[in-house]
Design a protein around this ligand. Structure first.
Ligand SMILES: *[C@@H]1O[C@H](CO)[C@@H](O)[C@H](O)[C@H]1NC(C)=O
Ligand SMILES: *[C@@H]1O[C@H](CO)[C@@H](O)[C@H](O)[C@H]1NC(C)=O
Ligand SMILES: *[C@@H]1O[C@H](CO)[C@@H](O)[C@H](O)[C@H]1NC(C)=O
Length: 337
């Protein structure tokens, strides 16, 4: 049992796990607002001919260092950085965070949205980790109701990623009529994401009838907002969360109900767009190397976060790929200036 749970946790690469554990312990300490260097202005290149690109990210003060690095990496590799709009979902509509982003990226096109945690709080079942049960972890399910009607498509990204390629390439993916696009992992053991109770209930397990479900990571998704709204997918995900309330059909947080609704019915994207698991396993955060093949996006899902490992002076090799995007100004540096 312990072993299968371990491998289950190892497969899971929702970045928010540790993050929220971290957040939970940090709240009573009233962590001070960190300070960041100002990023340069990024201008559209001569070859830019793209439309607006909308990026949605969760925003949590405990992960803000990751968010800043992610934004910088996106702008730096974009042919049309001025055409990228950021939409941040936050539980607290915090003016301090807003002005922190504004002072770090004075030219950034961004908007903050409040995600009301009460919208989902009563629907959350306890998972194997308290960290998974944070409302912000579920914000991606509700984003279509929060975004303005003018936003028809978004790229949803977790905050522990960096993009090392032009995000316009991911934006331009042909959804082929699907609601969602993401890299699919058909070799992962899909069965292990759900309980024996689920698989032995023919009515429940029948949900996958007629599709070949594959695991995908919900930390990087291209979403057709209009189609999601029209199809009522928020409600469909919520229905599975309601099932989970009285029958334990999975062990994890927001990932399984999304898989129940979408797995086997998404548009696959090249694996280069989510090199996940760089945070290591979910229990110890051991170092992990890169998967073979080209890379457009690096994702520190799992327990280890590059900024924490770098600070502790025990970084993994992959963390050196994150370091160049770190805008954090430690107090020591601030004193020297
Ligand atoms: C994208 O950038 C170009 C300038 O390079 C500009 O003409 C165009 O209006 C921008 N489009 C959007 C939708 O922001
Ligand atoms: C960002 O700061 C500028 C001044 O530097 C101000 O004019 C602008 O309103 C601010 N925007 C936001 C979103 O806070
Ligand atoms: C997949 O996981 C299930 C449940 O954890 C297990 O019973 C099964 O043996 C696994 N299959 C493979 C091919 O590893």
């Amino acid at each position: 049992m312990a072993l299968s749970l371990l491998s289950l946790l190892g497969l899971l690469s929702v970045s928010t796990i540790l993050l929220h554990l971290d957040a939970a312990t940090a709240i009573p300490l009233q962590r001070a607002i960190p300070s960041f260097r100002e990023a340069p202005a990024f201008r559209n290149g001569a070859t830019c001919n793209s439309h607006a690109i909308h990026v949605v990210m969760p925003l949590d003060i405990n992960y803000i260092r990751g968010t800043m690095a992610a934004v910088l990496s996106i702008l730096q590799h974009s042919t049309c950085p001025e055409n990228v709009s950021f939409h941040f979902l936050s539980v607290h509509n915090d003016v301090d965070i807003s002005s922190l982003i504004n002072s770090t990226f004075p030219f950034l096109s961004f908007k903050m949205y409040q995600f009301d945690p009460n919208r989902v709080r009563s629907k959350i079942s306890k998972s194997v980790r308290q960290a998974l049960d944070q409302p912000l972890n579920y914000a991606r399910i509700y984003m279509v109701d929060i975004l303005p009607p003018s936003v028809g498509r978004v790229i949803y990204l977790d905050s522990d990623i960096i993009v090392v390629d032009d995000i316009a390439k991911l934006w331009g993916v042909d959804l082929g009529g699907k609601v969602l696009a993401a890299p699919e992992y058909c070799h992962a053991n899909f069965t292990s994401y759900f309980t024996e109770e689920f698989w032995s209930d023919r009515q429940l397990a029948g949900v996958f009838k007629g599709r070949q479900p594959c695991y995908f990571n919900t930390g990087v998704m291209v979403v057709d907002v209009e189609r999601w709204r029209k199809g009522g997918y928020t409600r469909k995900v919520e229905e599975w969360m309601a099932v989970q309330k009285h029958k334990r059909i999975y062990h994890l947080g927001s990932l399984p109900p999304i898989l129940l609704v979408f797995a086997g019915n998404i548009k696959g994207v090249e694996h280069r767009w989510n090199q996940h698991g760089l945070g290591g396993d979910n229990l110890e955060g051991r170092c992990r190397g890169l998967h073979p093949g080209p890379i457009s996006l690096l994702h520190w899902s799992g327990k280890g976060k590059p900024w924490l490992r770098l600070d502790s002076r025990r970084p993994c090799t992959v963390d050196y790929l994150w370091a160049p995007y770190d805008l954090y100004r430690s107090s020591r540096v601030a004193l020297e200036e």
